[in-house]
Design a protein around this ligand. Sequence first.
Ligand SMILES: *Cc1c(COP(=O)(O)O)cnc(C)c1O
Length: 481
Amino acid sequence: MRYVSTRSTSEQPGRPFCEILLEGLAPDGGLYLPESYPQLGARLADLRQVLAEEGYAGLGFAILSEFIDDIPADDLRGICRRAWNEDVFGTPEVVPVSPIGDGHFLAHLSNGPTAAFKDMAMQLLGQLFEYELSRRGRELNIVGATSGDTGSAAEYAMRGRQHIRVFMLTPKGRMTPFQQAQMFSLDDPSIVNIAVEGVFDDCQDLVKAVSNDLDFKKQHSIGAVNSINWARLVAQVVYYFAAYFRTTTADDQQVGFCVPSGNFGNICAGHVARQMGLPIHTLLLATNENNVLDEFFRTGVYRVRASAETFETSSPSMDISKASNFERFVFDLLGRDGARVADLFGRQLAEQGFFDLSETPEFARIREDFGFASGSSTHADRVATIKRLFDEQQVMIDPHTADGVKVAREWADQGGQLPMIVLETALPVKFADTIREALGREPEVPAAFAHLDVLPRHVIDLPKDVDALKQLIDERTRLPR
Ligand SMILES: *Cc1c(COP(=O)(O)O)cnc(C)c1O
């Protein structure tokens, strides 16, 4: 299997998995995708049995080995077993599925160490990075900024890994108490939490300034774990198959998936699973008030937002102004025409801030050919949905999952009749304020998080100053491990 860029315009040969693993964007500014999707539609019965007999990691290995041919099979199997198991995800199923009434289900993706679905992919990435870096005799210093789930998932996936350190910048005093406790309680010399005097954008500016200093970057082996990494996406394909098998009994049954979406990473994995032959009739995309993607699927116009137009909502991990993974879907939508994608994302978005596919034959067939539909929700919808599900089913969900449940219900009310699997993307414990508002009580606290807030904190305060950050990185990377 080789990987090509969404903007490639020539017949350049594709690149192997382990080469693109440690990279971000392709050199032409595009995103990597496999040159074709492995077809598993005729092997669903086998895969169902693999899940039954070898569990989630066994299924993960079966699917990943279709995409990765430059890691020996036994090694890849070990990587999957270390990433996805009961110790890490708290249940033997790793991703359990439970009914929530009316033919709807929740696929529980947030039982990992940081209580959000990003653990599903990040745990695999941690294993893959460690494996590949040790094979190459290299080390990697990840420098990132976070205001929420990605940074903590990265820290919990990379802690204790050989050859890897993490420098994670957060805006001082601006994270929720739970997020602070979760990250800052990590006691590991290779995890460096940095609280910057400023807002999230200041943190991001510092990260950019460090990576733009190419000498410093090279000397200190600086890298990133960004949301456009193909390995994160392919890791997520596995739970679509697992949730399908856990919801259905026969391989000709069609289902829908409803996916709370921000950067289009999660649902893009659903698109890949559907292209591989998983019987997904509908991919229902749910947004919050930041409805860039809902707008596209309704109108054919993709219009990125300015920061002033990006709302801070009660489902903050979906507060995006543009959807960084969306380019992958558009590449497939347009018949893999890299020149057209380069024009849309490289030129039109830069020049005018939007592109319009409403008059194209591809957009006219987006529902039939790709199964997409969409909806959005507001804060009031989330609060009402959390309350209703708790009153009716005694199930407590977080505000992101509530965006999904709301859009799934609306779709059913309009006549949608499939079994609909809503992806649960975080646990309520992370968003106590909204739970209190909806239910008048505190969220359930899983045992793993019960004592977080009394643990000592490990965090370094830093002014908004690039040289201070560089000095810190320099000092820490000199320390013996
Ligand atoms: C990241 C995140 C999302 C959005 O996922 P994308 O892959 O960016 O679409 C939704 N919910 C939660 C809780 C998240 O952390």
